[in-house]
Design a protein around this ligand. Structure first.
Ligand code: NAD
Length: 340
């Protein structure tokens, strides 16, 4: 009988490898487990894969899919799936499954870690005491109580942000394509349009998925509508913000600061990306340069797409990934975001 080849990419920790090997120890499987991300350059190594498990750093384009002729399912170890060309998958009859519910509180807690780091100048405070400097000059922050948070996207993560904001006695504005009116009865929250949310929020926090519709949701036109002195927080996807608009709003002091767990073209600035490819489009190159400016600004806090990364969440991600593959094998795939 032909073995089922499952390639698990972006797996770098021993405990993950052990759990995967235990789950698929039967001799009917051929397992490939690698810390590498899938790229056009290395895809040939995985050409006999029936199933593929990846994280967000593997960009699955039509060209990559073309080199995986046996592929039947891609399981992404993430909620977002904007790194996968869904229409190409559909055309080629490849299913795509995600992990829809691993980290709704996890990402919301990180969002508040960032908000508090901004509001109480935690990074500066710690850096200064490390240098033995204990004076308070320039370290005065602001209360969250009675401030208004504008939550963009009130799905799994956004609603936990709302819950936590309510605990801080913040006022809450929300914007979503599909408002959940039940939230208005649980919290002192008002759904408004994005145009109304931006001028009235002291903190704007983004929790919508990235797609064609949300590309540059915050851009050079509407960044001018943001309340002067407000803060922008993004733990969703970098492409929601037009980087040049963010940079100019910070320079002009329209925005007092920003906290970003995600950045546009973040793959290009991560440590292992090495040299910027010579054929990089001008827009992308500009974004990479602007990201470096953002990284050097004191009023900008950047974390390395780490919001999902709690002990509890990574365990949930792996167990759901394994279950996604098992259900596919049983012929009843779950958590499918794109069917064939
Ligand atoms: P979700 O699908 O439960 O919620 C998204 C919400 O956004 C939905 O209510 C939806 O109606 C709304 N929405 C969709 N398009 C919109 C638009 N054009 N305008 C306004 N609202 C819109 O997703 P979630 O679990 O809350 O996750 C949100 C995003 O967070 C994911 O798509 C992912 O990109 C990101 N995420 C980041 C991390 C991280 O580590 N930084 C981890 C998990 C998820």
């Amino acid at each position: 009988m032909k073995k089922i080849t499952i390639s698990f990419l972006e797996v770098s920790e021993g405990w993950q490898k052990k759990l995967i090997q235990e789950a698929f120890q039967n001799s009917q499987y051929k397992l490939i487990i690698s810390p590498n991300k899938l790229t056009a350059a290395n895809v040939a190594k995985y050409s006999d894969s029936d199933a593929l498990s990846v994280f967000i750093h593997s960009e699955i384009t039509d060209g990559v899919l073309q080199k995986l002729p046996q592929l039947k399912i891609i399981v992404t170890n993430s909620t977002g799936y904007d790194h996968i060309d869904l229409s190409a998958c559909k055309r080629r009859g490849v299913l795509v499954a995600n992990v829809p519910f691993y980290g709704e509180n996890t990402v919301a807690e990180h969002t508040f870690a960032l908000i508090l780091a901004l509001s109480r100048k935690i990074v500066d405070s710690v850096n200064r005491t490390r240098r033995g400097q204990f004076d308070l000059t320039g370290l005065r922050g602001f209360d969250l109580k009675n401030k208004t948070i504008g939550v963009v996207g009130t799905g799994h993560i956004g609603r936990h942000v709302i819950r936590i904001a309510h605990g801080f006695e913040m006022k809450i504005l929300a914007y979503d394509l599909f408002p959940d009116k039940s939230l208005e009865s649980h919290y002192p929250l008002k759904y408004v349009s994005l145009n109304q949310l931006l001028p009235h929020s002291d903190i704007v926090s983004l929790h919508a998925p990235y797609n064609k519709q949300t590309h540059h949701m915050i851009n050079s036109r509407n960044v001018r509508d943001i309340k002067p002195g407000a803060y922008l927080v993004n733990t969703s996807r970098g492409g929601l913000i037009e980087t040049s608009a963010l940079l100019s709003a910070l320079k002009s002091k329209r925005l007092a600061g920003a906290a970003l767990d995600v950045m546009e073209e973040e793959g290009m600035i991560s440590e292992d990306s090495g040299l910027i490819p010579g054929n990089l489009e001008r827009d992308k190159l500009n974004t990479v340069l602007e990201n470096h400016k953002l990284l050097s600004m004191d009023k900008v806090l950047v974390t390395p797409h780490n919001a999902f990364n709690s002990e509890e969440a990574v365990m949930r991600i792996l167990t759901t990934t394994i279950e996604n593959l098992r259900s596919w094998e049983r012929g009843k795939p779950v958590n499918i975001v794109s069917g064939s």
